[in-house]
Structures are given as C-alpha cells and as structure tokens.
Design a protein around this ligand. Structure first.
Ligand code: GTP
Ligand code: MG
Length: 468
C-alpha cells in the first residue's frame, strides 16, 4: 500500500531544541523536493538521484542567505516515511534552525504534527503499528534493557508472532467454515481433535507471550522502588549511596525527609525509579504528617518495597506489626526487609547468608547492610533486581510484551480462543466458533495495525516527539 500521493509535504525540526553541531529539518510528502528546491541554492534537487547529499544554501525570497546546509534526498518509496523526503542538515543553533524551518514553511509546506512522519510510515506500509510504537519506546528508553526490548519490537519480532497466531486461527476458521458448508448434511467436524489441538496451541503460545508482560512493563517503565521505614533508618543515605549523589538531605535528625524524593538509578541495564520517603511515624508536625501521607501513597503504587530498619535500635512491637503487614502483601508487591547501619551493630548470622538475624531474633531480615562501610550493598542491588523481576530475568533475545495496549489485545484474543475451545467441547455448531475466532483475529490485528482506527492512531502517535 502506498498512499504517499495523499500526503502533502510537512516539515519539522527532527533534532532536539538547543545548541549543537548540526540540526536536521525533515520534510516529507508528495511534492517535497520541488518545493524545497525553491529555497535551495546549489544543485537542482529535482534532477538529483535518490539517496544523495548536496551542499547548498537555504535562501529567503529576497536572496538573503539563511544558512549553509546539506540536503539529503530520498525518493518515494525508499525513505523512512515511504514518501519523497528531504532532510536538511543545518547549523545547530536554535534561531538558525528555526529560520531554516520557517523558510521551508513559506514554500507552502505545513508544520508536521508530533509523530506525523512515523504515522505516515505506518500508513504507507513501511512499519507495522507495533514497530511504530517501538520507535517511540526506543526514543524514550532510559535503560539498556528498555532499549533492547524496543529494538526487538522494532525488528518486527512481535509482529512475526502475531502473524503466526493469526495464521493458526485462520487455519482453524477454515476448518470450521468447511464444516459449515456441509451443515445440511450434518457432517461432524472430521477433525475436531485436530482443531482442538490447534486452538490450545495458540492459547498456550499467547499465554507464554502474556507471561512476559510483567517483566516487560518493568523493563520499559522502570521498577518503582520505594524506600520506607522509621525516621533515621537510613533511607535517604541509601538513595544517595545507590545513585552516587547527594540528592537527598541526610542528617541525624529524625524526620529529615519531608516530601518524597525521586531519583533514577540503573543496575545491570534495568532502570529503578527510586523513591525516598518521609520516615513513618505519628507526628504533630503538619508538614511531616503530609510527608508520611505521601509515603503511604507512594508504596501503594510501588513495584518493589524496600523496608529499612535500623539494626542498632531496640525492638519495637508496633514496627514489627507494620513489617508483618508488608510481608503479608508481598505476593502483590515484592518486598525486601533490610537491616541498616550494620557497622554499628554486630549481627549474628544463622548460617544462611541471605537470612541474617539480628540480636532481636523476632525480626528476620532478607539482608543487612551498612551504607557507611558499603557492606552488602552489592548483594542488596542483586536482591532488588531479583525480587523486582521475581527471578524472571529474561535474556536480551527474549521478546517481551511491554505495552498495556498489546497486553489487552492479547488477553482479549486469548479469551475468544478460550471461548471457541469451550464451544467446541460443548459440541456447539461451527457458526458459534467462527464468531469467536473472528473476534480473536480482530484483536490480534489491532496490535500490528491491520485493524485500526483514528482514535487508536491518535493516542499512539501523540506520544511521539515533533519531527519523528
Ligand atoms: N553508622 C551508620 N550510620 C548511618 C548509616 N546509614 C545512615 N546513617 C546515619 O543515620 C542518620 C539518618 O540517616 P538518613 O539517611 O537521613 O535517614 P532517613 O531514613 O532518611 O531519615 P528520615 O528522612 O528522617 O526519615 C544519619 O546521621 C546517617 O548518617 C550506616 O550505614 N551506618
Ligand atoms: Mg530521609
């Protein structure tokens, strides 16, 4: 499919706003070369070959030179968008880039919307929808693992899987509809077993893909990790130790942190969004009380809760109850209980290195650390990663479902396949099965974009930057 004739040229600055060596203004759409040529002094671009670069000047109608540039030409359909495209590399100043763009726009070219070039690439059949989404993910990736996951998807790996599922379901539909043709003759599915087999295979393959979503989401968005505990437990110190900064204020005054403090930290390619909170306690201080309320809110949305308890303090039954309630919820939210300030307090180990018990034998720690001496900090990093990913640390070649849109569509497709299997088991007629199978196909089609609508496209491409 090539609809490029329908898309008039649009232009945008494709590089970030700011001062740099060069900036790129991208222009794409039917008639681009001819229009850009009007303000370009150098080789006649209309006579130039595709995939060639030309030195020249962008000039205003009065002859004033705006900038010296390099123009890179792409003829349709061999470009990112599938349309004829000119990329103008100019000097990377904010004003000069803007002036180049304005001169281009004066040629009757309109300003491109965010994501418009990628949207055109999709509409022109250059990318599947899941690949187009991967472009945004790759641009927004904040960790190596997130970039890896986006690259897999950009390579079309998700699309390949979806195509296989769709083909299997199409095969199943064909079997069912064959039976429908013979319905008058009351022919049973000749190959009911085979059909069941095929559908359960699809179901378990979809399940396997759905299984990767929890990890995929954490890889893409980062692991929201909340440090909580009593005032002075060493939460802010740990945030600073991990990030190697002094982002959070540390003092020996209990109640130092009043508001939640966020910091990004990457470990072995995985992004952790660390959230330091105000120490939990009853307080008369209205500012601190608000901080405590925010702490509680933060851990409600956490992917990982790290509870820090000062090993050097005597037992506190109220705190033990609090910890127990976190441990109870650990199935929903992974939880680590960490004893801090180990340097101040000699801990008696029980032999198992992961389960060290303090002199207060009523508390079993996952780990005991000292931010001051650095002891066990690397074990803590490892434990945080393992606990967050629940040991499902897929290697970089595994395809991960990272988008809730894809997850939802896969779930709906799975439900329809499930319903078809149920209908088959109950001996329902083929027309019932056929409805479910077609619904499953529809759902899968929304992932790659065979089935789509303006609403879906708008919500996807609004996440893009201008110029992409
Ligand atoms: N000896 C020792 N002191 C520590 C360690 N970690 C933190 N501290 C000290 O404990 C005190 C409190 O540390 P913070 O990091 O501010 O504690 P917090 O949990 O953020 O406290 P609030 O913000 O009040 O909730 C500071 O004086 C730190 O220097 C440690 O590993 N060993
Ligand atoms: Mg603090």
């Amino acid at each position: 499919m090539n609809n490029s004739a329908q898309h008039p040229p649009a232009a945008a600055i494709a590089t970030p706003v700011g001062e740099g060596g060069i900036a790129v203004v991208r222009v794409s759409g039917y008639g681009t070369i001819q229009k850009v040529n009007r303000c370009f002094r150098g080789k006649n671009l209309e006579e130039a070959d595709s995939h060639t670069v030309h030195f020249g000047r962008i000039v205003r109608p009065d002859g004033r030179i705006v900038d010296e540039v390099l123009a890179t030409l792409f003829h349709a359909p061999r470009s990112y968008t599938g349309e004829e495209t000119v990329e103008i590399s100019c000097h990377g100043g904010v004003l000069v880039t803007q002036a180049v763009l304005e001169t281009i726009l004066e040629q009757g070219i309109r300003a491109a919307e965010p994501g418009e070039f990628t949207r055109r690439a999709f509409l022109n059949g250059k990318l599947e929808l899941s690949q187009a989404e991967a472009v945004a993910d790759l641009i927004h990736a904040k960790s190596i693992k997130a970039a890896d996951a986006a690259s897999q998807q950009l390579e079309g790996r998700l699309g390949e899987h979806i195509k296989i599922f769709r083909q299997q379901i199409i095969d199943a539909t064909a079997m069912v509809e064959l039976e429908l043709d013979f319905i008058e003759e009351d022919v049973e599915f000749a190959n009911k077993e085979q059909l069941r087999q095929l559908l359960s295979e699809v179901r378990s393959e979809i399940d396997a893909l759905l299984d990767t979503y929890e990890t995929g989401r954490l890889v893409k968005d980062g692991v929201k990790t909340v440090f909580i505990g009593r005032p002075n437990a060493g939460k802010s110190t740990l945030l600073n130790t991990l990030t190697g900064t002094d982002r959070a204020i540390v003092t020996d005054i209990a109640g130092t942190t009043r508001d939640t403090i966020d910091a990004d930290w990457s470990y072995e390619g995985l992004l952790f969004k660390l959230i330091d909170t105000a120490g939990l306690r009853d307080t008369e201080d209205r500012i601190e009380a608000e901080g405590v309320r925010r702490s509680q809110k933060a851990f409600e949305r956490a992917d990982l809760v790290v509870y820090l308890k000062d090993l050097s303090l005597p037992d506190d039954p109220a705190e033990r109850t609090e910890i127990a309630s976190f441990q109870k919820r650990a199935a929903q939210t992974p939880f680590l209980l960490v004893g801090t300030k180990k340097d101040l307090f000699q801990v008696s180990g029980k032999g198992d290195s992961d389960t060290v018990t303090s002199a207060d034998t009523r508390v079993e720690y996952d780990l005991t650390i000292s931010a001051l001496s650095g002891e066990n900090i690397s074990s803590l990093k490892q434990a945080m990663k393992q606990r967050a990913l629940e040991n499902k640390d897929y290697d970089t070649s595994t395809l991960l479902v990272t988008s809730s849109r894809h997850r939802d569509a896969l779930q709906k497709a799975r439900e329809n396949v499930e319903r078809a299997i149920g209908a088959l088991d109950q001996g329902m007629t083929g027309d019932f099965l056929s409805i479910d199978l077609r619904a499953a196909l529809q759902e899968l089609g929304t992932i790659t974009g065979e089935i789509t609508n303006e609403h879906i496209l708008d919500s996807i491409f609004s996440r893009f930057c201008i110029g992409k």
